[in-house]
Design a protein. Structure first.
Length: 316
């Protein structure tokens, strides 16, 4: 028998669900997959195996034992993540007018001083010749030149402190300026983000209900849950992850890049367009009000993995 806490929580979820989300194949529009709507994006959901409760309390289907959602192929993750289970339900939405891919490589500038350059030259001499004594002599000579140049620069700086403008005057007179070299260094690659924007204007009562379920399903699975009673627990169970696939007539469209398992960073919902309009109240068990004529949803996803050459070869 469930305790009072579990029963109260179940009652809250039952009031929110509207339908059996974890087993529902939700889609918009109704004719998705037809000749006119053959292209679409499908969102699969991987729930944490230790989550308190699945939406509407239904069980989840395993995702092949993957610990991070199951994007397949080689993994660039260095830490094994908590296991997830792919629920049997999913969301399919029409293909947006544009889908974009942006991948950024990070480069930084590093200052190479005279001493560093001398040390590199000495080390290179040792590598090329393999003679430690010769490299040491070369190194001493190189550092001697560095010390001489550094002494000159220190004297210029001291004179400039005592007599502002002295250093600049000496540089102007000699026509030479001492400056450290800057080198470009690869620092890493950023994780890719994907944005999707959908405008949904239902043409029937059933389609209006589906739109409402789709919005609530995204919002539900991007949120964490408490590990214990919500009024006392301080521990969150992390939200679900998502696998996103581009399809054409039921088959994966490999002309578009694959997307690795991702987290949903933001879900922004806007009801109404230029002015607020609503349909007549819905009927039946779920007739709890009047659905809006227009609902816009903006989704921002970020991949868990870093996409390297190995992942690009696999289609990511």
């Amino acid at each position: 028998m469930p305790n009072q806490f579990e029963q109260n929580r179940k009652n809250v979820y039952d009031a929110l669900r509207g339908s059996n989300f974890s087993k529902s194949q939700l889609s918009y529009p109704e004719d998705l997959g037809s000749d006119d709507q053959g292209h679409y994006v499908q969102f699969f959901i991987n729930e944490q195996a230790n989550a308190n409760i699945a939406f509407s309390g239904a069980s989840a289907a395993p995702s092949g034992g993957a610990s991070y959602g199951g994007s397949g192929g080689t993994s660039t993750l260095s830490v094994k993540r908590a296991p997830t289970k792919r629920i049997s339900g999913s969301i399919a939405l029409y293909m947006p007018a544009q889908v974009s891919l942006q991948q950024d490589a990070k480069y930084g500038e590093v200052e190479i001083g005279a001493a560093t350059a001398a040390a590199i030259a000495a080390y290179k001499g040792f590598q090329d010749g393999g003679d430690f004594s010769a490299a040491a002599v070369s190194s001493m000579g190189a550092f001697g030149e560095v010390a001489k140049e550094s002494g000159k620069e220190a004297l210029r700086t001291a004179l400039d402190t005592a007599a502002p403008g002295a250093k600049a005057s000496m540089q102007i007179s000699s026509g030479k300026v001492t400056n450290n070299r800057m080198e470009m260094v690869f620092e890493g690659i950023s994780r890719r983000s994907f944005s999707f924007s959908f405008k949904m204007m239902p043409k029937s009562e059933q389609e209006a209900k589906n739109v409402d379920r789709i919005v609530n399903m995204f919002r539900f699975y991007m949120a964490p849950s408490f590990d214990g009673p919500a009024d006392t627990s301080r521990t969150f169970i992390v939200p679900a992850t998502f696998d996103i696939e581009y399809y054409y007539s039921g088959g994966a469209n490999r002309f578009l890049n694959r997307i690795a398992t991702s987290v949903l960073e933001s879900c922004n919902v806007t009801y109404g367009g230029e002015r607020v309009q609503f349909f007549r109240p819905t009927s039946g068990v779920n007739g709890s009000g009047a659905p809006p004529v227009e609902t816009n949803i903006e989704l921002q996803f970020k991949e868990l993995e870093v996409i390297t050459r190995e992942k690009i070869v696999e289609g990511f």
